[in-house]
Design a protein around this ligand. Sequence first.
Ligand SMILES: [Zn+2]
Length: 211
Amino acid sequence: MRDAHLVLWRVSPADIPEIWRHCPGCSFDRPFVCSGKFRCNLQKKRLDVWLIYRCRDCGRRWNLPVLERRHVKSVDKALLEAFAADCPRQVQNYACDRELLRRHAKRLEVGREMRLEKIQLRADQSPRWTTVVTLSVPPTNAPRLDRLFARALCLSRKRLQFLIDAGILSLRPERPRSWRRPAGDGQRVALDLARLQNAPDLRDWLLQKLL
Ligand SMILES: [Zn+2]
């Protein structure tokens, strides 16, 4: 089998909650979504840090207090750099800190959206008969493998099952039952496009969605 194309799918955790608060722009309670950015203010060696949120409907900004009037020397230097760089790990840390969020939220709602980033590791245009997708998933709250693929490929699960049954999509190594389990970090899935020579529309669709 020729592995002409290698792709990495990086799934980001789906558990960053939205914060429900009164929105002065909308005049009623709306969900606020984490922007992924910090705002820092240093005055006379006292540091304030906020995580910026925006109303999902009108975009109005609201700042979640992360550090308040802290002496700058008492804050770890690596953490200061992380705030300045909007480090995604620290964003995740605070945006998922339920205790902190509950102090400022009327209620929390865990978003269902997962973020999926597709990175080409090796591209070989001629011909892309087999594409191997390697998964990078969070250790907790990983989506079910069949749901992840159905969603990423914009297929119904019935259609996805057809691809699995026909051997067009397969796990490496082969473990048929794993499709119904949470996706594993480093798990590999092969798409054998040679089997779709008689269905060029579906083949093109899959290629487009895979990459
Ligand atoms: Zn609003």
